[in-house]
Design a protein around this ligand. Structure first.
Ligand code: FAD
Length: 462
C-alpha cells in the first residue's frame, strides 16, 4: 500500500502529525501498537490530571469550613475515582479515533518496523503483516519509564504507568525521584491521605525552577500535605516483601507500603528496526534530528519524546505540525522554541523562557518583578492566596525573557507569558495591558508593575 505520509505512533506527536498531513491533502497512514493517544492520554498527562482533580475536590471539602460550609468528614472511594479516570481516557481515545476517521487517515493496529528507508511493515497482534510504502515517514514512538536494574522487581515497586492502574492507594508511599512526575503523583497521593516520602538525589526537588518558586511548593507539600522530602540523598538498599518496601537514604531507614520509581524516561525504539532505514541514534538511544525534525535520512522525520527534546505533550504536537508542513509543503519554518513547562503539584507551578538562575548563568543583566497572589482580590475571594508570579526582563531592553508562577491556576495563567516571551513584549507593554478585575491573571500585570517599582497594590520597594 502506498502513502504520501506514514506516521509511526499515535501519541500527542503522532496523531496530530497524521491529521495535519491529511489536512494538507496527503494520503496518510498511522500505525499504533497499543492505544490511541499514547503515553499522554493513557498513562501520562490525562490520567494524572483526572486523579489530581479528584484529590483537589477532596482537599476543598476537607477545608470547606474556610468558606463557612460545614460538612461531615468525606470518604474516598478510590476505585470510583479510577473508574472516572478510565472513563475520561476512553472518551478522549474515541475522540481521536473519530478525528482520524473524519480526516480519512488510515489506521493500522500493530507494530511498525522499517524494511528499508521507504517501507514500513506493520505486524498486527493477530500475527499478520502488511507492508506500507511512504514518501515521508514520521517516527513518533515516544518514551517509557526508566527503571534501572538495581531496583528489585516486585509488585510493590511500580513506575508511573502501573501506579496509575492501582485499584487501591497504599497507606504509605516512597517516591524515588523529585522531578515533575514524582512530585505530581506524590502530591496527588498525599492529597488523598497517603503518607508520602520523596527521596531525591539532587540538592532539591523540581530543580528546573528557581529556588524561591520551589520554596512555595515545598512549603505546601510539607506543611499542608504532611510530606517528607529527603534531598541530596541516594535511595539505596531497596528491598521488598509481602509486608512492604524498605530502603535507606543517607543515614535514614525508610519503610512504606509501596515504592514509586520516577527517575526519568527512556526512548522507545524497540521493534522499529531503525538500522534497515539507516536512521542514526545518539549514545543515549534518542533519534537525532535537525531543527526541522529531520533525521539523518532527509524524508524520515522524528518528533516528540523519542527525539530527546523537551519531553512534553504540547512540544510533541508543535513539532508534529512543523515537521509535516515541511514534509508535505516544503515549508522551512524553524520549530517553536518557546515551550512552557507546567507542573500540577499543589500548588501548581509553571514556567516559560529563562529562569533567573539561567539568565544569570548566561551573563544577562535582568530586572525581576514579583507579585504575591495574596495581594489580589480574586485570590482572597477564592481563598487561594499562596504563591506568586515573577517576570524576568532583560535590563537593557525591558524585553520579557522568562516568567515563573507558583500558585492557583499557574498552569493556565502561564499562557499569557508564553505569548509575551514569544512576541518579545516588554514588561512596560505587559504592565500597560488592561487586565480584567478581579481575576488571577492580574498577577502578571502587577508583577510587570513591580518590575518597574510602580506597583499600585504593594507598598513602595525599600
Ligand atoms: P507517546 O505519547 O509516548 O506515544 C508514542 C506511541 O507510539 C505510543 O502509543 C506507543 O504505543 C506507540 N508506539 C511505540 N513504538 C511503536 C511501534 N514500533 N509501532 C507502532 N506504535 C508504536 N506532558 C505534558 O505536556 N503535560 C503533562 O502534564 C504531562 N504529564 C505526564 C505525566 C506522566 C505520569 C507521564 C509519564 C508523562 C507526562 N507527560 C506530560 C509527558 C507526555 O506524556 C509525553 O511528553 C508525550 O506523551 C510524548 O508524546 P509522543 O507522541 O512523543 O509519545
Amino acid at each position: 500500500m502506498e502513502f504520501d505520509v506514514i506516521v509511526i505512533g499515535a501519541g500527542p506527536g503522532g496523531y496530530p502529525a497524521a491529521i495535519k498531513a491529511a489536512q494538507l491533502g496527503a494520503k496518510t497512514a498511522i500505525i499504533e501498537r497499543e492505544w490511541l493517544g499514547g503515553t499522554c492520554l493513557n498513562c501520562g498527562c490525562i490520567p494524572t490530571k483526572t486523579l489530581i482533580a479528584g484529590a483537589e475536590v477532596y482537599q476543598q471539602i476537607l477545608h470547606a469550613e474556610r468558606f463557612g460550609i460545614s460538612v461531615g468528614k468525606p470518604t474516598i472511594d478510590y476505585p470510583a475515582m479510577k473508574t472516572r479516570k478510565d472513563g475520561v481516557v476512553k472518551e478522549l481515545q474515541n475522540g481521536i479515533g473519530a478525528l482520524l476517521k473524519a480526516h480519512s487517515v488510515t489506521l493500522f493496529e500493530g507494530t511498525g518496523s522499517f524494511r528499508d528507508a521507504n517501507t514500513v511493515a506493520v505486524q498486527s497482534n493477530d500475527g499478520s503483516t502488511v507492508e506500507l510504502t511512504g514518501k515521508s515517514i514520521v517516527i513518533a514512538t515516544g518514551s517509557t519509564s526508566t527503571v534501572p536494574g538495581f531496583i528489585p522487581k516486585y509488585e510493590r515497586i511500580v513506575e508511573s504507568r502501573a501506579f496509575l492502574e492501582l485499584e487501591k492507594l497504599p497507606e504509605s508511599l516512597l517516591v524515588l525521584g523529585g522531578g515533575y512526575i514524582g512530585c505530581e503523583l506524590a502530591c496527588m497521593a498525599a492529597g488523598l491521605g497517603v503518607k508520602v516520602t520523596i527521596v531525591e538525589l539532587l540538592a532539591d526537588v523540581l530543580m528546573l525552577l528557581d529556588k524561591d518558586v520551589r520554596q512555595v511548593v515545598k512549603k505546601k507539600m510539607k506543611a499542608e500535605l504532611g510530606m517528607t522530602l529527603l534531598t541530596g540523598a541516594a535511595m539505596e538498599n531497596i528491598q521488598a516483601n509481602d509486608s512492604g518496601v524498605t530502603a535507606t537514604a543517607g543515614d535514614q531507614s525508610l519503610e512504606a507500603d509501596m515504592l514509586l520509581v520516577a527517575i526519568g524516561r527512556s526512548p522507545v525504539t524497540d521493534g522499529l528496526n531503525l538500522a534497515a532505514a539507516g536512521v542514526a541514534v545518539s549514545d543515549r538511544g534518542y533519534i537525532e534530528v535537525d531543527e526541522l525534525s529531520r533525521t539523518n535520512v532527509p524524508h524520515i522525520y522524528c518528533i516528540g519524546d523519542v527525539s530527546g527534546r523537551m519531553q512534553l505533550a504540547h512540544a510533541a504536537t508543535s513539532q508534529a505540525i512543523y515537521a509535516v508542513e515541511h514534509a508535505v509543503k516544503g515549508d522551512e519554518k524553524i520549530e517553536e522554541v518557546v515551550i512552557p513547562g507546567v507542573i500540577f503539584t499543589a500548588p501548581e507551578v509553571a514556567l516559560v523562557g529563562l529562569t533567573e538562575t539561567e539568565a544569570k548563568q548566561a551573563g544577562l543583566k535582568t530586572n525581576v518583578g514579583k507579585f504575591y497572589f495574596r495581594g489580589l482580590g480574586k485570590a482572597m475571594a477564592s481563598n487561594e492566596t499562596e504563591g506568586f508570579a515573577k517576570i524576568i526582563a532583560d535590563a537593557s531592553t525591558d524585553r520579557i525573557i522568562g516568567a515563573q508562577c507558583a500558585g492557583p491556576h499557574a498552569t493556565d495563567l502561564i499562557s499569557e507569558m508564553v505569548i509575551a516571551v514569544r512576541e518579545e513584549l516588554t514588561a512596560e507593554e505587559l504592565g500597560n495591558t488592561v487586565h480584567a478585575h478581579p481575576t488571577f491573571a492580574e498577577v502578571w500585570m502587577e508583577a510587570a508593575h513591580a518590575l518597574h517599582k510602580s506597583c499600585i497594590h504593594a507598598p513602595p520597594a525599600r
